[in-house]
Each structure stands twice: as structure tokens, then as C-alpha cells.
Design a protein around this ligand. Sequence first.
Ligand SMILES: [Fe+2]
Length: 509
Amino acid sequence: MRALSIAAIAAAIVVAQAPAFSQVSLLFPHGVASGDVRETSAVLWTRPSRSAPVTVEVSADPQFGSLVFQRTVTPNPERDLTVKVLASGLAPATRYQYRFRVGRGSYSQQGAFVTPPAADASADLTFAYSACSDGGHVGGAPALSMGLLDAVVAERPDFFAHLGDNMYPDSSLVPNPIFTLEAYRGKYKEIRSIATFRNFMASTSMITTWDDHEVENDYDRETVDARRWAEGHRAFMEYSPIAEQPGGRIYRKFRWGRDVELFVLDGRSYRSRHVSKTAACDNPPGGRVPDLAPTLPAPIRAAFAPLVPQMRLPVPSGCLEALTDPNRTMLGLSQKLWLKRELARSTATWKLILNQTPIQEFFANPYDRWEGYAAERAEILTFIRASGIKNVVWLTGDTHATLVNDVRLSTFTPPFETTGMKEVVTGPIAATVFAESVAGVAGRAVVPALLAFLTAPVPQGVGMSCAVMDRYTYAKVEVNSRARTVTITPKDAAGRSICRAPLVITAAP
Ligand SMILES: [Fe+2]
């Protein structure tokens, strides 16, 4: 009898919840997100399925007993019905819940975020970061698993930093890429239609930046189609929980208490043409195939020659000059000056740079990353060192591999100097892994040879302390205020640590 009544109660609860759940799915099919959370404000995002007024509610109480912020907005078809609200009047170091509703009782999924502590408060911080989430569908279903994000949610991070390639219009899984505004919007909708992704978005706030795939693979601003870039930018801004800045600017910074300042870069929007898109490094000259490692010392090129015949050829004259041309830029003048100024001005113990393409040297196919913009790379690294700016760490995505190393001015050539900075590259969330890409370009036998080169000590290799190229990964970052340490642990989709040991850096005084 007792068991029956419990079963009856349970059945009644299921019946009572069922209509609400289906309304959620119908009215807010792409979930909710929060981002750019500051001490007293947060950007809240959703997309209702029809153009009816939407009210956002924010509360420190999980039951929404009292609201600290409420606003009603009407979704704009010009913005594909995406809704972004800047919630204000929040308190620092506080966990908030938020939800959207249409009418009186049709609610979205509930999301949560944590505001940072006041800038003079010392506080620990745990966050996670990764990049490269291909949520493309094939035959009506997601082609790749987003399961890594379940592991991220389980970490209960204070926020998640997405370092770019939020979606892939030109995914290798899709035969005919389309680069239109509608196609870009469709890709954001596709990934937000995956329950795992929606659950992840609701679980914590995001600091989002973009890289190349939000427009097209490996683009630079000098050669990209201007209309395509504008449409890619528009769709990214519509669908990301990112604050709107003058001129559509994406680079920005965030403070987390006394100990942390985060500098979010936009390494795409202002960069010069890739040298690989000129003929300067084609090897053989005129062959339209850029040299795969033009800056690699001759003895190591020779060691790779049995596997990569191009390494038998001398580096074309003019190639190195093109790579080191001081007139070429990755950040553009304004962003470069902003980064230098704000790094020098920062009073935070840790200056964490959220970066797209790697800044450490690893020589293989260098054109799309900082090594392909060698003069500006050297300028920024030299500036940080010469200005005495301490405790800078580079957190990076793009490569679809986990690569941990020193950031050196020059690994193999005089003055052989390091900068005292480390970089942890990680990812992808879900996309073709680096080992597969290398096998596709240079042959499968090159994969173990490259791995050996990456991990061998200098001067046989570049001496990475961790190099993992064959799986989906993210990194967990823990800042311990009292111990003055930052611990960075790259992990796989099961939440297991993948390096021999986490990277632990103790702050310089
Ligand atoms: Fe990517």
C-alpha cells in the first residue's frame, strides 16, 4: 500500500513535469548561456523559437524566491531571434541562477554562473579551457561526441574559456561547405541542439573568443573575402554570450580578484597574409607546396628527409626573410599596443593570456601560428621580459593537440634564450585530432617521428614536457591564492590527467 502510494506520487510528478519539459524544448531549443561575467554584471543569452517577448530572471536563490535582475526584451529577427541581455546590479563572489520565460509559465532550462571576487580580494580560482568544437551533423545526428564537456561540467569550474573554433562551417565531415550568414547561424544552432552542449552551457559561464573556423579555415584578414568575414563575425556575435564592444572588437580582459587577470586575444581579425599564401616558401620553388619546416635546423631537416622528401631540399631563398618581415602582424597595431599596455599596467599576480594559435616553437608547418609572424612574436616576448612583467602564462587552443613547453625566443639559434614563460596548448573539444591531420599531410610514419622530436630534449628536439596528439582534451587551471601557485592539468574526455604530471608554476615575487 505504502509502495503503491509512492509510485502514485512519482507518476503524478512525472505527469506534472511532462508538459513543462516539452514547452522548454519547443520554446528554447538552443538552450541558455552566460558569459563575460564581471563583478556586478553578466551577459545572458538564449534564442526562443518564435518572436515573442522574453523575460530573463536572475536570482541568488535556486528557487528564484527573490529576483536581483529582471528584464523583458523582444527578439529581433534581424539577429536571428538571438537574445543577449546584460544583467547588472549583481554582487561579487556570488553564485547566481538565471532563466528565461515567455509569458507567465513557459520557462527555459535554468543556467548558473559565479561572479568574480572584488579586485582587491584574494581568492582561489578554478576554470577550464579548450577550443575547437565541431558540432556538425551528418544524417541528422551529431557526427562527433561532445562527451568531453560532461567531464568539464564535473569539474565545476568557475567559468570555461573557449579559445575559438566554436563551430566548423567547413568541417571535413561535411562534403560541401557553405559560407553564408544563414549557414554560419545554422552551425551555431546545430551545436546548440546537442543536449550535452546545452547542459554544458547552462552549467557555468563562458569567456569566448574566436579563431579561424567561425569564418573559414586558416584565414587571414588580408586575403579573406570581406563580406564572408563580416557575416562570420555577425553570426559569432549573435550566438555567443559575449559583450558588445565598439567596432565589434573581440579582444578584452577580465579580472578575478587580486590574483588573476585574463587577456583574451583575437589572433585573426587583424593578421597579415600567411607566408604560405605567397610563393616565398614554396619548395621546390614554383611548386605551390610550402616548405613544411623552413626554420628547422639543417641536421634535423636531414633526419626527417627519409620520411619527408621535401626536407632534402634547401630552404628557398627569401622564405625566412618573409617569415621575419617586421611589417607583418598577427594582432594588428591597436591590439598589440593594448596587450603591451595592459600587461605592463596589471597589478594581478598572474597574467593569463587566452591565445588562439601556439606561441611556443615547434617548427612543423609554422605559417598559421606565432612562428609565422616571427618579428611580432619576438617583439612581444622581448617586451614582456624587458619590462619585468612576471607570471605570464599562455593558454592556447587551435592545434587539436596538447603541447606543454617553455616559450623560448629561439630554441636552436643564438642567443638560445627562454623567456621564463610557459604555454599549455590543449584541445580539441571535438574535431579531427592533430595526429590524423599530420598523417594526412605528411604520411602516417611521420606521426611517431614528430612526437619524438617534440619531446626529445633540446637540441635533439624541442623538449616538450607533455605532447599528446591523438585525443580530445581540455585543461583544468587551479589558482591557489595562498600558495601563489597555478596548476594546469590537461585531461581527456574521461577527466583523466594525460600528462606525466600537471604543470605547477609558483609565482615569482
Ligand atoms: Fe580547430
